[in-house]
Design a protein around this ligand. Structure first.
Ligand SMILES: NC(=O)C1=CN([C@@H]2O[C@H](COP(=O)(O)OP(=O)(O)OC[C@H]3O[C@@H](n4cnc5c(N)ncnc54)[C@H](OP(=O)(O)O)[C@@H]3O)[C@@H](O)[C@H]2O)[C@@H](O)CC1
Ligand SMILES: Nc1ncnc2c1ncn2[C@@H]1O[C@H](COP(=O)(O)OP(=O)(O)OP(=O)(O)O)[C@@H](O)[C@H]1O
Ligand SMILES: [Mg+2]
Length: 333
């Protein structure tokens, strides 16, 4: 069932998802200290959504990251903390409705304060996930744009999902040309990206050409187009992950994916910089490797959860199978 196919242009890639997972997953070495397996931050969580940032952040930990932070609004923070004591939650974001009586100067001060709170932490993060459950409040999105700009200046990788894609679609310069950016659009998010960036409707007769053009047009950022098969491209070629997942389409699976891609992207970068450069996999764009690994693991975990829970499978059930799915490919000992 397992498959990573090279679908366009040039020589076909010999790698497959299992070997990518095996190669980039670090060993559990007693000499490594807390933090070396990854420090991830999710920017998301607002009045409406608290599940999405939780799913992304907890998935990162369940896969093997050491620390997982969430930057959200104050109201969302209490709720997210109550889901899990494992997460480090920063209630720093503000939505317009909460500061409706504040004048423009006051808003600028609030924005500066948010940025300086984030700055205290940013250099420590190995990857950001921007967007799960972020909402679309204009003031909040403006602050998040500034956070993204800072992260980019510091070369921190950014996975953009959910409402982060709404932001980026309307301000493509935030990620344009940034090789450490990954966009993970679902059907709707992809449609909006294509319309905005390529100025046309999605063409299902030219899936691969279109994805290549989209990535190239945004300066070779890596795009993971989610669907029946997940399609991944950094503008060089298109690869697909079609491992059997599940037929259950409950909300939140994309959030697991974004948290997972963040961890694997970081691990792939570590692997890139280690002395394993002889393998084709370790010479591949780490953002692409992160997407392949994240997609494959989510699908495997979804298949396992579905075996047990069938129609009542929920995102939390899939999260419970992430560890077992990775263990089946890369033994922890
Ligand atoms: N528990 C939580 O806190 C969760 C919070 N989440 C957060 O919500 C925010 C918005 O994200 P989103 O995914 O709901 O927005 P978007 O993609 O615009 O979809 C909206 C509607 O489009 C449709 N539709 C969807 N797929 C389709 C398809 N394949 N083919 C055709 N139509 C399709 C479908 O509507 P329908 O037309 O079926 O009524 C769907 O309901 C974002 O921050 C995200 O992170 C989620 O992560 C979930 C868990
Ligand atoms: N039709 C499908 N068949 C099999 N797997 C799918 C299908 N659609 C999506 N998936 C899997 O589910 C994952 C999440 O994709 P989905 O389109 O549900 O994202 P999303 O809408 O962003 O999710 P979320 O509800 O978290 O926002 C994808 O990575 C893919 O592996
Ligand atoms: Mg989503």
């Amino acid at each position: 069932m397992e498959a990573v196919k090279c679908l366009s242009g040039g020589a076909s890639l010999e790698a497959n998802a299992e070997s990518v997972l095996r190669t980039i997953t670090p060993s559990l070495d007693p000499t490594r200290h807390k933090g070396q397996a990854g420090k991830i931050a999710v920017i998301g969580g607002c009045r409406e959504y608290t599940g999405a940032p939780y799913f992304a952040a907890i998935s990162a930990l369940k896969i093997g990251a050491d620390l997982s932070h969430v930057f959200c609004t104050e109201g969302a923070a209490t709720v997210i903390k109550s889901y899990s004591p494992e997460l480090i939650v920063h209630p720093i974001l503000e939505e317009s409705y909460n500061i409706s009586g504040v004048n423009d100067e006051g808003k600028r001060d609030i924005s500066k304060k948010i940025l300086s709170e984030f700055d205290k932490w940013m250099e420590r993060f190995d990857c950001l996930v921007v967007g799960p459950g972020l909402g679309r409040d204009p003031f909040l999105l403006e602050c998040v744009s500034k956070i993204m700009t800072r992260a980019r200046q510091s070369n921190v990788p950014i996975v953009v999902d959910g409402d982060g894609l709404f932001l980026v679609t309307n301000s493509i310069e935030l990620v344009s040309g940034y090789r450490l950016a990954v966009l993970t659009p679902n059907v709707n998010e992809y449609k909006r990206l294509v319309q905005k960036v390529l100025g046309c409707d999605v063409n299902d007769q030219n899936t691969h050409g279109e994805l290549l053009s989209l990535s190239k047009q945004i300066g070779n950022v890596t795009i993971l187009r989610k669907g029946k098969s997940d399609l991944i491209s950094d503008g060089e070629k298109v690869q697909s992950v079609s491992i059997y997942g599940s037929t259950r389409r409950c909300g939140g699976q994309g959030d697991i994916l974004s948290g997972s891609v963040a961890v694997f992207l970081f691990w792939a970068r570590q692997c890139n910089s280690a002395a394993e450069r002889e393998s084709t996999i370790s010479r591949t764009n780490p953002a692409v490797l992160g997407c392949i690994a994240g997609s494959a693991l989510l699908r495997k975990a979804a298949a396992l959860a579905f075996e047990h829970k069938k129609r009542s499978t929920l995102t939390t059930d899939i999260i419970e199978h992430l560890g077992q799915s990775l263990e089946a490919i890369s033994l922890a000992s």
